[in-house]
Design a protein around this ligand. Structure first.
Ligand code: PLP
Length: 392
């Protein structure tokens, strides 16, 4: 780092500055794949966990640790693993919990990529069995045939049905199965499944926790003996997300309560309004007293009923297109959980690989729409929907 160094050496080594004696108000992004060590004792100590140090980008850096600490706190978890997406978290959980010959019981009402991922596991001798998780007797019968894992969603995608987490945890444990809850539609703001008896929680941070459609990450939270094998697996397979996305997610967590208290109260107003509209054949939202999930939501959710409202127009693709064309604020976006209200159409997107019969079995048709209610003024959201419905 002296003037004796040549041009190429200086261009590599001279972009250095001392750390500020006073820390920044916001932590930085440590976007480094490689980490330096003072000596071999420090290498030993970091590998053995005697001192907390980063080894390699693929095994997690301080931005991952910060986000993991926040999620441990919010979920009441001993350990959290951050991964590059919700689906890599799910893959890490399946790879480490399941063995050849195991059976997984899954809700019929499930995010379609989770069902497809489990179908991939059939090649390794893992069988998945669908069950009606809203019918305790049917579920007990399925579990009693022997299962290693029960996989459910707190609020299902796209039907927005709510499970009774505590009852399902008791049923799973009675049959020595583990309960894995995909909490992506609820987020820790509305539900903390570990506190209700679940063994593992999966979150797609891409959705409500990210909150701005600008990052992709996932998380697994739970006991040490369940999460540590997943952490090693994720490091081996490169399933860890980027430091930048972790930094964005920490920024977003700071406003999770502000965003979700507003969007869930907006969702209740929107669902209550939709339920009174002649063009709307059905509204699915657990905050409506007539909804089949109202009682389960009381047991499972807190601080409101979430920000996803599904509703059905007539089974008529052209009418749905007219509805979408007359929305001004609400865009057709196939993800959800952002600050703006968005709408998705499961039949042409998340559920397009299903046959007509399979779709009918889960109650999906061309008129089925899923709203992700945002934090705008609720009167403006309703005015936009009114314009769309007038065109149907
Ligand atoms: C989006 C989603 C996932 C997958 O998360 P990614 O971050 O997109 O991988 C899993 N489960 C549910 C319920 C989701 O909505």
């Amino acid at each position: 780092m002296g003037s004796d160094d040549s041009f190429s050496t200086r261009s590599i080594h001279d972009a250095t500055a001392p750390r500020s004696v006073n820390p920044p108000a916001v932590g930085g992004i440590e976007q480094s794949a490689g980490w330096t060590f003072a000596d071999l004792d420090e290498v030993d100590d970091v590998y053995e966990g005697l001192r907390r140090g980063a080894i390699y980008g693929g095994s997690g850096v301080p931005n991952h640790w910060a986000l993991e600490a926040a999620l441990c706190s919010l979920h009441g978890a001993v350990e959290t693993l951050i991964t590059a997406a919700g689906m890599s978290a799910m893959a890490a959980a399946f790879f480490t919990c399941l063995r050849h010959g195991d059976t997984v019981v899954v809700s019929r009402d499930l995010y379609s990529s989770t069902a497809r991922l489990l179908a991939d596991f059939a090649r390794f001798g893992v069988r998945s069995v669908f069950a009606d998780v809203y019918d305790p007797a049917a579920l007990t019968k399925t579990l009693s045939a022997g299962a290693r894992l029960l996989v459910v969603e707190t609020i299902s995608n796209p039907r927005a049905r709510v499970i009774d987490v505590a009852a399902l945890a008791a049923a799973a444990h009675e049959h020595t199965a583990l309960l894995l809850v995909d909490n992506s539609l609820a987020s820790p703001y509305h539900c903390q499944p570990l506190r209700l008896g679940a063994d593992i929680v999966m979150e797609s941070l891409t959705k409500f926790i990210g909150g701005h459609h600008d990052l992709m990450l996932g998380a697994l939270c739970g006991r040490r003996e369940l999460i540590e094998p997943a952490r090693s697996f994720a490091a081996r397979c490169g399933l860890i997300g980027s430091a930048f996305d972790c930094w964005l997610a920490c920024r977003s967590l700071a406003t999770l309560e502000l965003r979700l208290s507003r969007s869930s109260s907006n969702a209740l107003a929107v669902a209550s309004w939709l339920a009174t509209q002649a063009a709307v054949k059905a509204t699915h939202y657990s905050g409506l007293p007539a909804d089949p999930s109202y009682a389960a939501a009381d047991a499972t959710l807190s601080r409101g009923f979430g920000s996803i409202v599904s509703f059905e127009l007539a089974d008529d693709r052209a009418a749905v297109d007219r509805f979408l064309a007359h929305l001004r604020l609400i865009k057709l976006v196939l993800s959800f959980g952002g600050v703006a209200t968005t709408v998705s159409h499961p039949v042409t997107s998340s559920h397009r690989s299903l046959s007509q019969d399979e779709r009918a079995a889960v109650g999906l048709h061309d008129g089925f729409l899923r709203l992700s209610v945002g934090v705008e003024d609720p009167a403006d959201i309703i005015r936009d929907l009114k314009c769309g419905l007038a065109a149907v």
